[in-house]
Design a protein around this ligand. Structure first.
Ligand code: 5GP
Length: 122
């Protein structure tokens, strides 16, 4: 999947549309999801043009990957959700229902989150 620089998160990164920012550094931006599914629902994105976890994990530099992982953990600490717990999740592609083709990590917290996915029927 080649990167589409017209996607909504690319526009947020360029400042063309606003976001409710919670964190920014040289490699990473994080902001609140516009349709939160939990009391805390933050999206963590790299500033580089990566479509999903697939090309990010393959093509991003060590510095970008390290910054991303460090930032995600720091954001959870800054939001005060470590003690009660949180979930991070990244969707890639059709079966995961990825909607925005710019790599992003969802950070969910603020209530009991239940099981991770529905178990397979036996
Ligand atoms: P995905 O299904 O791609 O993993 O999740 C995309 C997420 O982006 C959804 O949770 C959706 O609510 C969020 N989203 C879509 N458009 C916008 C937007 O313009 N601003 C913000 N802050 N979040 C958005």
């Amino acid at each position: 999947m080649s990167y589409d620089s017209d996607n909504i998160f690319a526009k947020i990164l360029r400042g063309e549309i606003p976001c409710d920012k919670v964190y920014e550094d040289d490699h990473v931006l994080a902001f609140r999801d516009i349709q939160p599914q939990t009391p805390v629902h933050v999206l963590v994105i790299p500033k580089g043009g990566y479509s999903s976890f697939d090309d990010f994990s393959r093509d991003a530099s060590e510095a970008e990957i390290a910054a991303f992982v460090r930032a995600a953990g720091q954001i959870a600490r800054d939001l005060g959700v470590v003690a009660d717990g949180y979930r991070v999740l990244a969707n890639h592609g059709r079966d995961a229902n990825q909607e925005v083709p710019h790599f992003h990590l969802h950070l969910f917290a603020g209530k009991p989150l239940g099981r991770m996915i529905k178990p397979l029927d036996k």
